[in-house]
Design a protein around this ligand. Sequence first.
Ligand code: PEP
Length: 252
Amino acid sequence: MRSKIVAGNWKMNKTLSESKDLVKEIKKSIKGIKLENTRVIIAPTYVNLQKVSKSTKKSAIEVAAQNMHQADSGAFTGEISAEMLKSVGVGIVILGHSERREYFGETDALLAQKVDQALKNKLEIIFCFGEVLDDRKNENHFKVVESQIKNALFHLDASDWKYLVLAYEPVWAIGTGETASPEQAQEMHAFIRNLVASKYNSAIADNVSILYGGSVKPANAKEIFSKEDVDGGLIGGAALNADDFSALIEAI
Ligand code: PEP
């Protein structure tokens, strides 16, 4: 059975002491919540990964990195490797976030290399993709999502898919306050699941968690999360506040 997941991407927010405080608050506010088949993941900035990962050790919270480099090691100033992530207790990495694609020029081809590198190191991947507003307006959104998934993931073996979580994040809904309707999210998630089933098989498609991301907040989460093919959310803004984040976990 696939897991439900609420994952918070903290982006370039929170100093070390702010991160520690937020973890403390999240731990406190999720104490009373029954996490049946539900995973809670947070992705702080690189420099706080080790401390945050230590402070979540005895809790239900898992820690992810927001990115990583595709090479093993070497002269790549400012970059972080998969092995480094593992060495500080991190087992999950977010790849392909639209901000990485837009501001740092990450292409499908580069992301395919990052995916391979993460898998080589047995890191679980939250793989993000999604269309921009023009694609949606021109009704190209299915085509765009299909090519993003095919280009970065369809060279993988069936056995690799247990390391994958997919995150559909329409770019027009990220940090804009604009959310895809629950029906739009369901329609795309069902499309993605069918795509995976037709390339691999229905067991793999049924077992992969597909998250929705884009301005999810306590007020709209329940409706979005109630859709059959929506297995949770990748959360930006609302993950920076413990009450909001725990409300999203409660919603799922
Ligand atoms: C994101 O950046 O992945 C995201 C979904 O952000 P927000 O929730 O703020 O739209």
